[in-house]
Design a protein around this ligand. Structure first.
Ligand SMILES: [Zn+2]
Length: 358
């Protein structure tokens, strides 16, 4: 289980504050929590060099939580982790990769920055990162986040969001590209929400590397057997719940796909398909009295959908972890995934390698 999952699990089962509070008992959950604080850069407060993740919520852990809260405008002495604190930590944790990437781009690549981050750029992963950061800075409306999220396409909305940021911080230049001053300001402002070492500690050092491709079956799934990355199972379970609630069956036509071109050596494919990382399914929807295939599911037919089909698709749309392919610019209405390839390209790579090797 990854560090992040521990925090989400404790929120869900209501054991957050009882588990993460100052105590003389050593706990695995505290160990995982300390790793998160370390990744967020609170090494000094944690006395990380001396203790590492020791599983004790003592003085150092308290100091780290207190420091985090101060930076994120939460009133707390750090002796216990409330839901508000945990949620704020998760929000920061979610943008850490993107922030670190931008920081590295500034450091290594400053002259080329405006070639990567510019209108019409083909560097979708980098643009998606910029969109995530602008959203975290409060420019979601300008980005049209609720509709496009971090889709990696640098167009009018991204330029408008960046312009909003540049105006607010009195930065000169053209918002059709990201210049070095603006990039630095983004890192500076968001970096203030993290500990001093935020740009040094990679998630990969402490992340869960247990990898596997697993079989999945559920009450409302039929058709081909589903193979998926173990990290996609929670999403599949949700998809099944949505199907159940709306009284439809999901007829699977495809899920995890082997990269046919690889024999022996694992080569990174040109296009990061979520199918190849086990984070996508293709399906038809079976409802009472009908069968919804790719033609039926086209967005333009939406007004004529059976209410159960509409209910199911809208449940996927409302779930912030899932995407329905019918909403893509190039429609793919039989496809559902979690957008791992653009939300977190590095994690995609890891899960691709893990599942293709299995
Ligand atoms: Zn697909």
């Amino acid at each position: 289980m990854s560090c992040k999952n521990i925090l989400e699990k404790l929120i869900k089962n209501g054991k957050l504050t009882s588990t993460l509070s100052k105590s003389k008992t050593k706990k695995t959950e505290v160990e995982e929590f300390q790793k998160i604080l370390h990744q967020l850069g609170f090494d000094k407060e944690l006395k990380w060099a001396n203790y590492g993740a020791d599983g004790y919520y003592g003085g150092s852990c308290t100091k780290a939580v207190k420091a985090f809260c101060k930076k994120n405008d939460i009133e707390s002495d750090g002796s216990t982790v409330t839901k508000e604190i945990a949620k704020s930590i998760l929000l920061r944790y979610d943008i850490l990769d993107e922030l670190q990437d931008l920081h590295l781009d500034i450091k290594n690549n400053s002259k080329k920055l405006n070639q990567i981050y510019r209108r019409g750029s083909s560097h979708k992963g980098a643009v998606a990162s910029l969109q995530t950061l602008l959203n975290a800075l409060g420019y979601g409306r300008k980005l049209n986040w609720s509709k496009y999220k971090n889709d990696g396409a640098y167009g009018k909305s991204t330029a408008a969001a960046l312009k909003g940021f540049m105006d607010k911080h009195k930065l000169a230049g053209d918002s059709d590209e990201l210049n070095i001053q603006s990039a630095k300001e983004i890192c500076k402002i968001l970096g203030q929400k993290f500990g001093a070492n935020w740009h040094e500690n990679s998630k990969a050092d402490t992340a869960d590397v247990a990898n596997s491709l697993v079989d999945f079956s559920a009450s409302n799934f039929q058709g081909k057997k589903v193979k998926a990355d173990i990290n996609f199972i929670d999403s599949l379970t949700k998809i099944n719940q949505y199907a159940k609630l709306n009284k439809v069956k999901i007829h699977i036509t495809s899920s995890w796909r082997a990269n046919a071109k690889v024999a022996g050596a694992i080569v990174k494919p040109a296009k990061k398909s979520n199918h190849m990382a086990g984070h996508a399914i293709d399906m038809n929807i079976v409802f009472v009295g009908g069968w919804a295939n790719s033609k039926y599911l086209k967005r333009k037919n939406e007004a004529h959908w059976d209410s159960s089909v509409a209910g199911f698709i809208n449940a996927i749309r409302k779930d912030k972890d899932l995407r329905w392919g019918g909403d893509f610019r190039t429609q793919d209405p039989v496809h559902i995934d979690d957008g791992l390839n653009i939300k977190n390209p590095k994690e995609w790579e890891k899960r691709y390698l893990a599942t293709q090797q299995d």
